[in-house]
Design a protein around this ligand. Structure first.
Ligand SMILES: [Zn+2]
Length: 155
């Protein structure tokens, strides 16, 4: 348990160190703000989840070491590694990135709007309603999930 806490502390310190050394554009592009959340979530589930344990142990070589010697040829691998962690957190622990629910419900809303538009014979109004409904439902679920600690910032 203590060992785990130290790992997290060390990783977060390294992330902050990397963050202070990159250009503001890269900070956003590489989603560095998500890393600390990912480490926290992995750390939170380590006790009960073998995969989280493994991912947390791989975090330094897979993510941080890639970032330290970062160049454009490494971007794909870095993003792939990050995606793998996020996918595990989403499928096993219901942790999603910000905006996830909007991206799910917006298409549903638009499909719904198309249906409404066909019924009232006014596709423009139908689409407008559908987009509004999709955005609102997505945002509401996003907010609820965030309150319960199930959302990782991806700014
Ligand atoms: Zn896990």
């Amino acid at each position: 348990m203590n060992k785990g806490k130290n790992t997290k502390k060390e990783l977060v310190a390294e992330i902050n160190n990397i963050k202070s050394n990159v250009l503001p554009g890269d900070l956003k592009k590489l989603k560095l703000d998500s890393l600390e959340d990912i480490v926290s979530k992995l750390d939170q589930f380590t006790d009960g989840c073998e995969e989280c344990n493994k991912l947390l142990n791989r975090f330094r070589p897979d993510i941080l070491d890639e970032l330290k010697s970062f160049n454009s040829s490494k971007q794909n691998k870095y993003q792939q590694n990050m995606k793998g962690m996020l996918t595990h957190l989403r499928t096993k622990h219901n942790v999603v990135t910000k905006g996830f629910f909007v991206s799910i419900y917006l298409p549903v809303g638009i499909a719904f709007g198309f249906l409404i538009g066909s019924i009232i014979n006014n596709l423009v109004v139908g689409f407008a309603v559908g987009i509004a409904v999709g955005l609102i439902v997505g945002a509401v679920i996003d907010t609820i999930a965030r309150k319960n600690g199930f959302v990782i910032s991806s700014n």
